[in-house]
Each structure stands twice: as structure tokens, then as C-alpha cells.
Design a protein around this ligand. Structure first.
Ligand code: IPE
Ligand code: IPE
Ligand code: MG
Length: 248
């Protein structure tokens, strides 16, 4: 796919793809491997996807990597997932920075170890001026939790007088979300064949196009990303109006 094809087709300069990276466990089970191996291969797919996104002119890539509900998994699996995140930051940060990737993390800090939080903060700080690709990792993230935290902060600001009740509009609420300042996703991709959001970006996906891909995340590839974008470009986005606006 021509990098520019997706960039110039309409007036907007942002191209935001959000992905629910699902199916690591089933990928491993099909091969008689432990789930941890599926997660390990999932990190490889993540690397490929970041690289392909840069090539394809995607400006914003948002990845769901650990949900607030994933705490209900066995302790060992949670340890594996946290270990992979640590290793990913340790091993890939320099390369991501060199390639102009700006890292952001959304989700709650509650329940995360201080050393992991420091690692995340350092990665965000190091890459804050990069402009090639905005990579947002949803980690310890749940959309209902995000909206509830935003509502709590608004309530605090109303009680301290810096906001009045009539100031509370969708635009204002958006500035209290973890995603404040990020454009809404144009395209949501979920792998593994599941047809649900699992508490991901409920607010931000209001008018996004959804593409469900029938492969497990470790098998996700540049070709499948291109195919999803192709499908996106054939959609007509109406945003509640009557005139059709081609997605591409
Ligand atoms: C996605 O794969 C990774 C995370 C949710 C952390 P899963 O671990 O959900 O794999 P399946 O869905 O059980 O196959
Ligand atoms: C969603 O996948 C969360 C991530 C991909 C991080 P899950 O595997 O946790 O979702 P459910 O349980 O199938 O809805
Ligand atoms: Mg899953």
C-alpha cells in the first residue's frame, strides 16, 4: 500500500488505528504450548505492527495490552505479562526513540509497582518530543474505570469551584480522560474473532469503524493491517449525517 494513499485522501492529517490484541492464549493452546509462549509471540507481532504502522503513514497507534479485568487471570500469567512489558520497554525503548516514536500509557496507576511506574514515566519523558508515530499503550486500562476517574475529578473541580455543572460538556469530559488530546480512533481492529470491546475506549470509539480479523494476535502481520485499512477505506462514515463521507 502506498503510504500516502491513506494520508491525502481526506482533509484530516491524523490516522488513528486502535487494536485489541487478542488470542495469544488460543494461539499457544493450538500448538500445545504454554500461554506464556503465546504472549511472547504476541510481543513480536506488536513489534511488527509498530514498524508497519510507521511505514503506512499511521500517525496514532493505540494498543490494548492489559485490561483492568485481566487481574482475574492466574497470578503466574499476570507475572508473565508484566515481565514482558518490562522486557519490551527495556529492549525496545532505544529503537523506538530512534525511530521517532512518542510513547504514552493510558490506564490507572493504582496497583502497579513503583519500579514499573518509574520505567513507564522514563519512557514517556524520553520520547515526549517525538513526532513520527504516537504509540499509546493501554495498560491496566478499563474504559469504565477511566470514565469514572474522569467523573470523580470533575466532581472535585466542581466542589473546589474551578468548574461549574453547566461547563460539563462532552468536550470538557474528554479533557479529563486518559486520552486527553488524542484524536478519536478512525479504525478499531480486534483479532481472534471475538466480536466485543471488552471495556476498551468506549467513549472514544463512538464513531470509529470496526474491523474484526479472524486470526490470533501472534499471527497478525503487515498484510493483515493493510487489508484492514483497505476495508476501512471502503466504508462510508456519516457521523450521524446524511451525506456519505468516504473513510479513506
Ligand atoms: C491477549 O490474548 C493478551 C491479553 C489479554 C493480555 P489472550 O491472553 O486474551 O488470549 P486468548 O483470548 O485467551 O486466546
Ligand atoms: C481484551 O482481551 C484485553 C486485551 C486484549 C488486553 P480479553 O481476552 O481480556 O477479553 P475477553 O475476556 O475475551 O472479553
Ligand atoms: Mg483474550
Amino acid at each position: 500500500m502506498d503510504k500516502l494513499a491513506w494520508q491525502v485522501a481526506d482533509g484530516s492529517s491524523t490516522r488513528h488505528v486502535a487494536i485489541i490484541m487478542d488470542g495469544n492464549g488460543r494461539w499457544a493452546a493450538e500448538r500445545g504450548l504454554p500461554r506464556s509462549e503465546g504472549h511472547r509471540q504476541g510481543v513480536e507481532a506488536l513489534r511488527r505492527t509498530v514498524e508497519a504502522s510507521r511505514d503506512l503513514g499511521i500517525t496514532h497507534l493505540t494498543l490494548y495490552s492489559f485490561s483492568s479485568e485481566n487481574w482475574s487471570r492466574p497470578k503466574q500469567e499476570i507475572n508473565d505479562l508484566f515481565g514482558l512489558l518490562r522486557r519490551f520497554v527495556r529492549r525496545d525503548l532505544a529503537e523506538l526513540h530512534k525511530n521517532g516514536v512518542k510513547i504514552r500509557v493510558i490506564g490507572t496507576r493504582a496497583g502497579l509497582d513503583a519500579d514499573l511506574l518509574r520505567m513507564i514515566d522514563d519512557a514517556v519523558e524520553l520520547t515526549k518530543d517525538n513526532t513520527e508515530l504516537n504509540l499509546t499503550i493501554a495498560f491496566n486500562y478499563g474504559s469504565r474505570d477511566e470514565i469514572a476517574r474522569a467523573a470523580r475529578r470533575i466532581a472535585e473541580d466542581v466542589s473546589n469551584g474551578s468548574v461549574t455543572a453547566s461547563d460539563v460538556t462532552p468536550e470538557l469530559l474528554g479533557t479529563y480522560l486518559d486520552t486527553a488530546g488524542l484524536p478519536d480512533p478512525d479504525l478499531l481492529i480486534r483479532t481472534s474473532g471475538e466480536l466485543r470491546l471488552s471495556n476498551f475506549l468506549l467513549w472514544q470509539l463512538a464513531y470509529s469503524e470496526f474491523v474484526f480479523v479472524d486470526v490470533y494476535w501472534p499471527d497478525f502481520s503487515r498484510e493483515l493491517l493493510e487489508a484492514a485499512i483497505d476495508e476501512y477505506q471502503r466504508r462510508s462514515r456519516r457521523f450521524g449525517g446524511t451525506s456519505t463521507r468516504s473513510a479513506g
